[in-house]
Design a protein around this ligand. Sequence first.
Ligand SMILES: CC(C)(COP(=O)(O)OP(=O)(O)OC[C@H]1O[C@@H](n2cnc3c(N)ncnc32)[C@H](O)[C@@H]1OP(=O)(O)O)[C@@H](O)C(=O)NCCC(=O)NCCS
Length: 195
Amino acid sequence: MHRLRHATYDDISAVLAVLNSAVAWLHQRGSDQWGGIPWHADELLPDLHTGSLYLAETVDRIPIATMSLNDTPDEDFWTPDDDPHAALYLRHLAVDRRAAGHGIGAWMLHQATRRAADDRKNWLRLDAWKTNARLHTYYLDHGFEHVRTVDVSGRNSGALFQRPTAVRPAVTVTPARTEASPPLRIHGADQRKQD
Ligand SMILES: CC(C)(COP(=O)(O)OP(=O)(O)OC[C@H]1O[C@@H](n2cnc3c(N)ncnc32)[C@H](O)[C@@H]1OP(=O)(O)O)[C@@H](O)C(=O)NCCC(=O)NCCS
């Protein structure tokens, strides 16, 4: 079975490989999500320092997924009316493309929800790319409700979703291929679009 743990400095390149496999995949699909820009280590350090960065591995310690999870709401999106401290906030969820399509995303959502419940939070929340309807459907299919979509200048994310921690859908993970990563082929865009 897979295991999820806090990432350490030694895991930075593994986390980057997972995230950048998703960047390349999104770009190859013609999606503008994440702007086709590879993630850099510096972007991970704040979450690493606060213990918010997670890495999932197979029993053979092959990295398969990552996310960050903490109790810090993005104030561009979540307001006092949302009772922002009643949630954990999930960001930068990605499954390595070698391992995609086997339920690992659902397992990560389950793990995040369980941690939120353990922290006595009522909700697991996230903000998703505003224009990515397929991604929104993914979250709706996994027990999230669409709270609202927020337009903030300079932010491409802002479709807000939440799932109650009291309900944790059953998760089935099927065996995934975990051999060498596909090559990263992405163009150089000007800058990453946020989130
Ligand atoms: C979301 C994710 C973690 C789910 O991983 P998984 O459990 O292995 O599931 P899959 O990758 O097979 O995705 C499930 C379906 O959602 C679709 N999907 C997932 N992320 C998507 C995205 N960002 N844009 C468009 N479609 C997406 C997949 O194409 C797949 O659709 P299909 O069944 O029609 O082929 C993974 O797809 C991923 O890393 N996506 C890219 C990064 C991302 O968007 N993260 C979420 C940020 S809020």
